[in-house]
Write a protein that binds this ligand. Structure first.
Ligand SMILES: [Mn+2]
Length: 376
């Protein structure tokens, strides 16, 4: 049997088999959609309508998976959600799910248990339940099979362009061109996502001193572990400018402890750093340092071209590799290519490798190799 999908606006999405659809999307009341979830057959109720009966629609749900603890990831979730409500399915419940890079499987199937499922600013999944995908990372695929799967897709809802400074900007332009979305109310969000994710700061001091309220909002997003708070930020960013969200009391009251922590992370990086030619190396695995500001190394050591660091959290050991946007001698290496060799990835200018939490020694070994390579 062919499975009915979800009602769509005329002219959008693929055609569905006639027998599984009433004449127009508005004529639905209830439909049952079968889908497999973790090997078990599940029934998910969707729309349908019986002739001449009142329409009562069950709430449909879209899961929006986004790059967690990342300003661009959160902004991408916000703009995609706004686009989706404006142009695709108004009234659908939106569920936001942060994704983190880690060793092993990135996605568990529960991430895709919505009536539709989206990933923004994060790696591709070949799951048949994935409906939408937007990414701008150079390392967008976990495997060549995944890339092949994406290239073979012709549904018109999965998009990749690594020339974009931010995934937020990519979503704005793509949905405007292809789906008639008006992203103008979110221009400020796009501007700040470009600046933050594209590292378009005037100086390391601008990034590290965080005088702009929007940068302090980014600090909260990068450090906050409370999922409900992040979700509140995402929903607010759909209707308010990032400056307005930054000024909200629930944000301002969180900034001070995080800013203090930021200041102490500057001191930790200062004391753990050693410079080897153009490469600054620091190991902060003995400190609670997930999510420090990645421009601190260049603020402290403006003469460095690269930074390589090792950090540790409960769920991963991490090697971070970055480059100084204001370096006196220019970057010569593609950092995403280097990290891909070790199972990591990212952008040409900043990339990382995540290992299982117990593999700190291996993280240190890899970091030492990369420090050597970047000196050449
Ligand atoms: Mn991004």
């Amino acid at each position: 049997m062919s499975l009915p999908g979800v009602p769509r606006k005329a002219g959008q999405g693929q055609a569905l088999p006639l027998q599984s659809y009433p004449a127009t999307p508005d004529e639905y009341i209830a439909a049952r959609r079968l889908h497999r979830d973790g090997g078990r057959l599940n029934l998910a109720c969707t729309a349908v309508r019986l002739p001449h009966s009142p329409v009562h629609k069950l709430t449909m749900k879209i899961n929006i998976c986004y790059h967690g603890n990342c300003f661009d990831g959160v902004s991408s979730a916000a703009i995609f959600g706004r686009f989706y409500a404006d142009r695709i399915n108004p009234g659908w419940e939106q569920v936001f799910r942060p994704m983190m890079h880690r060793a092993g499987a990135l996605f568990d199937e529960a991430a895709f248990n919505g009536d539709e499922n989206a990933i923004v600013d994060f790696k591709y999944s070949p799951s048949p339940a994935l409906t939408w995908w937007f990414d701008h990372h150079k390392s967008a695929f976990l495997s060549v099979e995944d890339e092949r799967h994406f290239r073979a897709d012709n549904g018109g809802r999965k998009f990749l362009d690594s020339s974009y400074k931010s995934c937020t900007g990519f979503i704005a332009d793509t949905t405007a061109a292809r789906f008639g979305f008006n992203p103008a109310p979110l221009d400020e969000l796009v501007r700040w996502a470009n600046l933050i994710d594209g590292a378009l700061y005037q100086s390391a001091a601008e990034a590290v001193e965080m005088k702009a309220p929007e940068l302090r909002l980014a600090l909260v997003i990068e450090a906050e572990r409370d999922g409900q708070l992040i979700e509140r930020i995402i929903r607010d960013l759909q209707v308010k400018s990032p400056g307005e969200v930054a000024a909200a009391q629930y944000i301002t009251e969180r900034i001070m402890p995080l800013y203090q922590r930021h200041l102490s992370s500057i001191e930790i990086i200062r004391s753990e750093s050693r410079l080897a030619g153009p490469v600054l190396f620091f190991d902060v695995s003995g400190h609670d340092m997930e999510g420090y500001n990645k421009f601190i190394p260049y603020y402290l050591y403006p003469e460095s071209t690269y930074s390589v660091s090792v950090s540790q959290s409960p769920f991963r050991a991490k090697v971070s590799v970055g480059s100084n946007p204001w370096a006196p001698s220019p970057r010569k290496h593609d950092l995403s290519k280097i990290c891909e060799r070790y199972g990591g990835g990212g952008h040409a200018v900043v990339a990382a490798i995540s290992l299982p939490a117990g593999e700190l020694a291996e993280a240190r070994r890899i970091a030492a190799e990369i420090v050597d390579e970047l000196q050449q």
